[in-house]
Design a protein around this ligand. Sequence first.
Ligand SMILES: CC(C)(COP(=O)(O)OP(=O)(O)OC[C@H]1O[C@@H](n2cnc3c(N)ncnc32)[C@H](O)[C@@H]1OP(=O)(O)O)[C@@H](O)C(=O)NCCC(=O)NCCS
Length: 203
Amino acid sequence: MLTPCELRTARLLLRFHKQEDIPALVRLAGAREIAATTLNIPHPYSEVDARKFLAESAEDFRAGRTISFAICKQPGGELCGGAGLAISETHQRAELGYWIGLPFWGMGYATEAARAVVAYGFSNLGLHRIHAHYFAENTASGRVLEKIGMRPEGRLRNHFQKWNRFIDVENCGILSEEFQEAERARRSESEPARRSDVSGQGE
Ligand SMILES: CC(C)(COP(=O)(O)OP(=O)(O)OC[C@H]1O[C@@H](n2cnc3c(N)ncnc32)[C@H](O)[C@@H]1OP(=O)(O)O)[C@@H](O)C(=O)NCCC(=O)NCCS
C-alpha cells in the first residue's frame, strides 16, 4: 500500500501530478527528444495523452503498482520533468524511470531527482533492489544512473524496436545496502558542504 508523499531536494520538489500540470506536460514531454529515448511517452503528445497519463498514474498508485512524481523547480514550482518507480512487491524491487524537459537539460536535475526517488524507494518503501534500463546511445541517462551509484548489468542487443530501428539496451541496478554505502561516501566527500540530500515527507 502506497502513501501519498512529497520529496524535497536542494533545488527540487517532487510531488504528485495535478490537472494544472497538463499544459506544461504537453509542451515538455511533447518534445521529440523526450520520446526518442523513451518507450512509453507518445509522440506527438496531446492533451488527451496527458490526461490519460494522469488518470493511469493515479489508478496505478492506488493499486500499488507505480509511484509517479512531477519534478518541480524550487522556489517557484515550475514543472521541469517527471520520475517514478514501477514496483514489484513480490520481489521487493522497482524499476526507475525519469525525463527532464529540454530547456532544463544539463543542470543536474535528473541526477538530483533520480537520487531522491531511489532514496525514497529504499527508505520509505523498503525495497531491496532498484533497476533501470536505457537506450545504449543515451549516454546522458547512463551517466545519471552511474552518478547515483547504479552498476552496469549488461547490454541487450536490438532489444527494442523504436521508430523502425532496433535499439541496444543497457541494464543497471543497485541494492539497498549499496545505495546506503554510496550515499555515506558521497556525504563524507562533500563534508562540511551543506546537505543536498533528499528529505521525504509522508509515509
Ligand atoms: C537523460 C536525461 C533525463 C538527463 O537529464 P539531465 O537533467 O540533463 O541530466 P543531469 O544534468 O542530471 O546529468 C546528465 C549527465 O550526463 C552528462 N551528459 C549530458 N549529455 C550528455 C551526452 N550527450 N553525452 C555524454 N554525457 C552527457 C552530463 O554532463 C551529466 O554528467 P556530469 O554531471 O558528469 O557532467 C534527459 O536528457 C532526458 O530527459 N532525456 C529524454 C528522456 C530520457 O532519455 N529519459 C531517460 C530514459 S532511460
